[in-house]
Design a protein around this ligand. Structure first.
Ligand code: ATP
Ligand code: MG
Length: 560
């Protein structure tokens, strides 16, 4: 892969560390916690970590940050590996778990105790909170802060041996209870949890805290640049404190960048899993989810996702990227590569009263209007066809150039027709159009040059494939659902619409993983989960035009 990104502030640091000889090889890590599926925000972190290593001939670890037993699951572990590979990155033999370092971490904690820099605290969780103070008030020292090294060691070993209940004691770093940085007010290093761990089973009943485990895992793996999101900026002094005190042979450097936020989307695993629990979406790979698995199933190509995060760049500024930017990357990818087909999403029957009953003509149709090398296909035409309901209007405004009573329109790749009669049911709904065709206007024929303003698509009724086509819209009605108190208040009830569609017969050959453009309707692909040969199921990947600009303008207007 050779998509070198422009030099953002992190790349500037990294390249200058190489030029100055500070490092001869760049080593990074992508450290997901296996408590959910990866989402669009993780795509940014993956592309950054794997990308800079790849560009500079360095290495990247995929490390499970699995210090939190109970919340983690092998389903998530497997999904993470699948998703990183699908994006086009490979960790080779560098797949690691923070939990594989539990013994080394434990030894490092004993070392801190021996240095007089850690102590076993026996305050309850509530008391610890009360002693911590606030942003404006310093904390107070715990009465257990001055235990002797020997007592601390004995108690910590007792914690490991399982001699205590959950919450009875914690191991804390001894730093400064008056520090203006709350993270330095004697942060916890180990807590007791009699819980099985997805990787280490019941080997441990004490588990290291994130900051401690993360810093030392970086050091053990000889990570040169530990890239993380801005919320860890205030943790950096603690990161550096661990390194200063323990002096591991390799000293990593933490650098923070701002999170990628996508408008009308949430990127918190906790909230995404809430959507699943509440039955609002059907699992982590629901095509409406901003997860890699969801976007893959929706039909977004990996290239488009990588392209998208590259456009967003790497900065320290908080930003909310518009959905239109992501969708445009998908459109650009398929614009040149996807073949054209015809399909009708909301079918209305149209009968050509002067077309011979039983006759079928094969209409030659280009697979791509701008690229003859993509060839042509034959599309059957007959007396009864389906057209789109909204390509007909009974009371049409003057500028409506599709079909109206008495009006003419061209059927794409076929004939010009005129609407002679509108058939309705008892409730006044239009059920059928009776039209006549002009036999002299066949597309591509010598005298096909008679012009009408509108062209519409169609599918021959007797040849049509019935399919379920799923049309997606944004999941939320507000640009920043993260700030909503209740997600249920800002859900878009129309995020999924299911259409009983009619497809041209050549679509029987569509393969999983391929996308086509349905003329005038968007890009579509087979659903990798629910599609079968007997009952085809397709997803709309994206519409043809950017509808977000309009949605965003409306949102601005309604906010005053
Ligand atoms: P969540 O809030 O969804 O649980 P997280 O940050 O806790 O997200 P992790 O699995 O810990 O999820 O994240 C793995 C890596 O991905 C971390 O380095 C994290 O900083 C990065 N990351 C997570 N979300 C984003 C985002 N929106 N933009 C950029 N990087 C992100
Ligand atoms: Mg996390």
């Amino acid at each position: 892969m050779n998509d070198e990104a422009p030099r953002d502030f992190i790349r500037q640091i990294i390249y200058s560390d190489l030029e100055s000889g500070k490092h001869s090889e760049i080593v990074t890590r992508f450290p997901p916690e296996p408590n959910g599926y990866l989402h669009i925000g993780h795509v940014m972190s993956i592309c950054l970590n794997f990308g800079v290593a790849e560009e500079t001939g360095g290495r990247t670890f995929l490390r499970y940050d699995d210090t939190n037993p109970g919340k983690e699951d092998v389903e998530f572990v497997e999904a993470i590996e699948r998703d990183v590979h699908w994006l086009g990155f490979d960790w080779q033999e560098r797949l690691t778990h923070a939990s594989n370092y539990f013994e080394e971490l434990y030894q490092a904690a004993e070392k801190l105790i021996e240095l007089g820099l850690a102590y076993v605290d026996s305050l309850s969780a509530d008391e610890i909170r009360a002693y911590r103070g606030t942003l404006t008030e310093p904390g107070r020292n715990s009465p257990f802060r001055d235990r002797s090294v020997e007592e601390n060691l004995e108690m910590f070993r007792g914690m490991r041996a399982g001699n205590y209940q959950d919450g009875e004691h914690v191991l804390r770093a001894k730093i400064d209870m008056a520090s203006p940085n709350m993270n330095l007010r004697d942060p916890a290093l180990y807590r007791i949890r009699h819980t099985e761990h997805q990787n280490t089973g019941d080997a441990w009943c004490i588990y290291p805290m994130y900051d401690f485990a993360h810093t030392l895992s970086d050091a053990f793996e000889e990570i040169t640049h530990s890239l993380c999101t801005l919320e860890f900026e205030d943790h950096r002094p603690l990161y550096d404190w661990f390194l200063d005190q323990l002096k591991p042979p390799h000293r990593p450097r933490q650098i923070e960048f701002s999170r990628l936020n996508l408008a009308y989307t949430i990127t918190s695993k906790r909230k995404l899993s809430q959507l699943i629990e509440d039955g609002i979406v059907n699992g982590w790979n629901d095509p409406r989810m901003p997860t890699i698995a969801g976007m893959r199933r929706r039909g977004y190509p990996a290239t488009a996702l990588r392209d998208f995060v590259k456009r967003g760049g790497v900065t320290k500024k908080d930003k909310l990227i518009e959905m239109g930017v992501l969708e445009n990357c998908v459109r650009e990818f398929y614009g040149d590569s996807a073949e054209r087909r015809m399909a009708v999403l909301r079918p209305l029957k149209l009968i050509l009263t002067n077309y011979p009953d039983g006759q079928v003509e094969m209409m030659e149709s280009m697979n791509h209007p701008n690229d003859p090398s993509m060839g042509t296909r034959e599309v059957p035409f007959s007396r009864e066809i389906w057209i789109e309901q909204d390509d007909f209007m009974e009371e049409a405004p003057r500028k409506f150039f599709r079909l109206k009573p008495g009006g003419e329109v061209r059927l794409r790749n076929a004939y010009i027709i005129r609407c002679d009669e509108v058939v309705k049911d008892g409730d006044g709904n239009v059920t059928e159009l009776r039209c006549s065709y002009d036999p002299d206007t066949r597309s591509g024929s010598a005298n096909s040059d008679r012009k009408v303003k509108g062209t519409i698509h169609w599918v021959s009724a007797q040849h049509a494939i019935d399919a379920e086509v799923r049309l997606y819209d944004r999941l939320f009605t507000v640009p920043n659902p993260n700030s909503a108190e209740m997600l249920s208040d800002v859900l878009n009830p129309k995020s999924l619409e299911v259409s009983a569609a009619k497809l041209e017969p050549s679509l029987a050959e569509l393969k999983e993983g391929e996308a086509v453009q349905f003329e005038r309707l968007g890009y579509f692909c087979l659903d990798s989960q629910d599609n079968t040969a007997e009952s085809p199921v397709l997803n709309r990947v994206v519409t043809l035009r950017d509808s977000w600009a309009k949605i965003e303008k409306e949102a601005m207007a309604s906010n005053g």
